[in-house]
Write a protein that binds this ligand. Structure first.
Ligand SMILES: *[C@@H]1O[C@H](CO)[C@@H](O)[C@H](O)[C@H]1NC(C)=O
Ligand SMILES: *[C@@H]1O[C@H](CO)[C@@H](O)[C@H](O)[C@H]1NC(C)=O
Ligand SMILES: *[C@@H]1O[C@H](CO)[C@@H](O)[C@H](O)[C@H]1NC(C)=O
Length: 393
């Protein structure tokens, strides 16, 4: 398919106008052109929320697993350094597009001076940042996102316990470019590389949505004697350890909620229960652990992007945040230095796959995960123009 400059510009304009959420872009991503191997200049591809999916659809975004990056492309993870991803609503707003549009600091390709020093005055939906659709009131309210790694080269063989969160970028997604600190002890990957995933669970300004997308990656500067990464354990809520129990220390895996009950590792009951609310909050306490999960569809529809004209200093805290990649789930900001066989305080129990790729310790009852039937309505259908429909194949 050929594009003239003007159709290309129109195409990109249409692309970025559509309300997009946020995905992680890099040239070594899976689904870089959607379900296609033809290079296109723009596409949401990995930026739509994932809700109510089964394992095959959720894990690395289903069919995206069959659309790998070109040979030789890797997301580089320098041991002791930083890996860089672009968090954007559309490939057109990233540096991996076909180079016809200026990049901005923001994930929608527009200038947003009003976001630079934004401090939301309250948690009303009218204060949600809608463009880019960051699912946050301001930078301090951005819940944090994570990078995870599996020491396997074939994405189709990666199971839940293989994929270990090694880095958390607190208060992301916010700006387009996000840096993820890489533990200095990360071992090298097999010659064909490792498989990585970006994960995000917004805490506010959202309904029950979750994000993951995949990359081919490799660790650079690895020490020859670097320890192995131990299998992932299920993260759990530990806002007040004396009441909630201690945080899970050591390697933890991808958070899964709001999908089919069988694959959730955070039960729907835990994020929608009045008995299980957050104990701290910037504006008030007592919000659901994933408050966005509870916004009724009508209020969601009413939330149009309004940018408060604010000034002042955003005080970044990493102590806030619901069920997501933050301290309330036991994820410290930055490099996760406790993921190795040498540092994991909990020697891995023998695990059995549950048939969905998720895992549970041997002998542990399935009920510990989730038996409760999903009671929420599905998230609002994401509008996708016919244009996008055709790109998605
Ligand atoms: C892109 O940026 C350059 C340099 O800042 C500027 O001259 C040009 O007008 C910009 N183009 C667009 C389409 O905004
Ligand atoms: C919340 O803040 C917005 C301004 O961003 C303001 O218009 C609105 O009245 C505030 N709501 C409450 C309940 O204070
Ligand atoms: C975002 O703001 C809401 C409302 O105050 C709060 O409950 C939540 O903990 C905040 N999330 C983060 C990550 O700061």
């Amino acid at each position: 398919m050929m594009y003239t400059t003007s159709t290309l510009t129109l195409f990109i304009l249409l692309a970025t106008r559509a309300q997009a959420h946020i995905g992680a872009y890099h040239k070594a991503m899976y689904c870089r052109n959607g379900f296609s191997n033809v290079e296109v200049p723009a596409g949401r591809f990995v930026a739509d929320p994932q809700t109510g999916l089964d394992w095959d659809e959720f894990w690395f975004r289903g069919k995206c697993k069959d659309f790998p990056p070109p040979d030789g492309e890797f997301l580089e993870l320098p041991a002791g350094g930083y890996a860089t991803l672009e968090l954007a609503g559309n490939k057109a707003a990233t540096s991996i597009n076909m180079g016809v549009r200026n990049l901005t600091e923001w994930g929608d390709g527009e200038e947003h001076p009003e976001l630079e020093h934004r401090v939301a005055l309250n948690d009303s939906l009218s204060n949600c940042v809608g463009e880019p659709n960051l699912h946050a009131l301001d930078e301090a309210n951005a819940s944090g996102s994570a990078l995870a790694i599996a020491y396997k080269s074939d994405i189709h063989t990666v199971e839940w316990s293989d994929l270990v969160v090694f880095s958390v970028a607190p208060n992301t997604p916010w700006r387009r470019v996000a840096k993820f600190e890489v533990p200095k002890d990360m071992p090298a990957c097999p010659p064909e590389g490792c498989i990585c995933a970006w994960g995000w669970s917004p805490d506010w300004c959202a309904r029950d949505n979750l994000y993951m997308n995949g990359f081919r990656c490799k660790v650079t500067n690895a020490r020859a004697d670097a320890p192995r990464v131990a299998p992932a354990q299920v993260a759990k809520w530990c806002e007040v350890p004396s009441e909630d129990g201690a945080c899970v220390a050591g390697p933890k895996g991808i958070i899964i909620h709001s999908q089919q009950d069988a694959i959730n590792n955070v039960p729907t009951a835990d994020i929608t229960s009045l008995q299980k609310t957050q104990r701290d909050g910037r504006f008030d306490v007592g919000h659901f652990r994933s408050p966005g999960a509870f916004l009724p569809p009508s209020s969601f529809a009413l939330s149009s992007p309004v940018f408060g004209v604010t000034s002042g200093v955003v005080v970044l805290t990493s102590g806030f945040g619901g069920v997501g990649y933050n301290e309330k789930m036991g994820f410290m900001p930055g490099a996760q230095n406790d993921i190795f066989v040498t540092t994991n305080p909990n020697p891995p129990t023998v695990v059995v796959p549950n048939g969905n790729g998720a895992q549970r310790p041997m002998g542990q009852c399935r009920a510990n995960f989730n038996l409760k039937k999903r009671s929420l309505e599905p998230a609002p259908r994401v509008r996708r123009s016919r244009f996008w429909g055709s790109l998605f194949g």
